[in-house]
Design a protein around this ligand. Structure first.
Ligand code: TYD
Length: 141
């Protein structure tokens, strides 16, 4: 297990049970991720060259996992951008609230599984980058 506290951009190594029949990975809320899991969604059949994301969330925390294939996630906290390549089903990328994210470079057949701390709420989205930067600046002032 990772030491607390979790930080945005952290790779979380998940349990992996390996036997001759294949691998099994499991995730428990408030144990492997620092939130209760309220929602699960997944991105699949992403066309080559497509980009997803392009927003932040005011409260939502997430764990992103490349359960098949690979893709890149660029995280931006308003000060610096970091790009992480996800390609292992037993690793998750923790993304906290107020982190701008963009996903790209999806490989053919890739699946991005997302565990989320809240149910879907469009009012939790920050889809305007300048508004996102302004909100970060207000938080830091
Ligand atoms: P969005 O979060 O913008 O996708 P991404 O960040 O992967 O590019 O969501 C795309 C659309 O799907 C948008 O119209 C909202 C809808 N949606 C739901 O209805 N429920 C959900 O749980 C999610 C994640 C999205």
């Amino acid at each position: 297990m990772n030491a607390l506290p979790f930080h945005s951009g952290q790779i979380i190594d998940l349990p992996k049970v390996n036997d001759q029949r294949g691998n099994l990975t499991f995730i428990e809320g408030l144990s492997h991720v620092p939130f209760e899991i309220k929602r699960v969604y997944y991105l699949y059949d992403v066309p080559g060259g497509a980009e997803r994301g392009g927003h932040a969330h005011k409260d939502l925390q997430q764990l992103m996992i490349a359960v098949a294939g690979s893709f890149d996630v660029t995280l931006d906290d308003g000060k610096q951008k970091t790009t992480v390549h996800l390609n292992r089903p037993y690793q998750g990328l923790y993304v906290s609230d107020m982190t701008w994210r963009e996903m790209s470079n999806f490989s053919s057949g890739s699946v991005c599984l997302v565990l989320a701390s809240t149910e879907y709420d469009e009012s939790d989205y920050c889809r305007d980058y300048d508004a996102f930067l302004a909100a970060i600046a207000r938080t830091n002032s």
